[in-house]
Design a protein around this ligand. Structure first.
Ligand code: ATP
Length: 225
């Protein structure tokens, strides 16, 4: 795909972002990230571990351990990167702050694509300064091909004004919304935590290197009586 040049002649970079708790990272995250990267022709896709995990997280798993697992998972796949800026912050990790911080490091014409599942997209109106998100990036909403869902009322005007049917035609650094129809692998971090807590194998649901780290660190095992 031809890339627009700015006045200095440098090509615009195309960067995707996928946030999450990654507790632990698994093949559902990694396949979705890689498939979007290839489909969209991204230069890189950054996995962004969040600093404030939900309270259901096993207490013995630290942010540093979640980060280490994501780093092990993407090793050897140069298009997938890890962005640890939310873990370096001492404030709550609002996505709009992450985008502002990242924008400060990029050329003005670089294109940013924030990946969101349909459920997360529908919850957008409850996000901190959500109307500003599109000032910094495009939204790529991952939707199941068989889904039959209606956007909430609060998002209808936004969708009418900003959505573009072909994600490959998204123009400029940000400001538009498009959908990618993708069937997610039926894997969740919850399922992996439950398997491990029950003493069962989670092999093939996450990279071997991540599983080896989990075993070496003794993560997700059932608490000893
Ligand atoms: P948990 O089971 O703890 O809720 P999770 O497996 O859903 O965790 P998260 O870290 O919450 O993982 O997810 C990060 C992002 O990855 C979210 O946008 C989520 O929608 C997406 N995601 C999670 N599982 C999959 C999957 N199997 N396929 C594609 N995307 C996924």
């Amino acid at each position: 795909m031809a890339k627009p040049d700015d006045a200095r002649g440098s090509a615009a970079r195309r960067i995707g972002l996928l946030g999450g708790t990654f507790n632990p990272v698994h093949i559902g995250h990694l396949r979705a990230a890689l498939e979007v990267t290839e489909f969209m022709g991204l230069d890189e896709l950054r996995l962004v571990p969040s600093a404030r995990p939900p309270h259901r997280q096993a207490p013995q798993v630290s942010a540093e351990q979640r980060l280490a697992m994501v780093e092990l998972a993407v090793a050897g796949e140069p298009r997938l990167k890890v962005d640890d800026r939310e873990l370096k912050r001492d404030k709550p990790s609002y996505t709009v702050d992450t985008l502002e911080s990242l924008r400060g490091e990029l050329a003005a014409h670089d294109q940013l694509f924030l990946l969101l599942g349909w459920d997360a997209f529908c919850g957008l109106p409850s996000w901190h300064r959500w109307q500003e998100l599109l000032d910094h990036c495009h939204l790529l909403v991952l939707q199941r091909p068989d889904a039959d869902s209606e956007a909430p009322e609060a998002l209808r005007d936004l969708l009418a004004a900003r959505s573009v049917s072909d994600p490959l035609s998204l123009q400029g650094p940000g400001g538009q919304i498009s959908f990618i129809w993708q069937t997610p692998l039926a894997v969740s971090a919850t399922q992996i935590r439950q398997l491990l807590a029950a003493g069962k194998s989670a092999r093939f649901l996450l990279p071997d290197a991540v599983l080896a780290y989990i075993q070496a660190q003794g993560l997700y095992s059932a608490p000893h009586a």
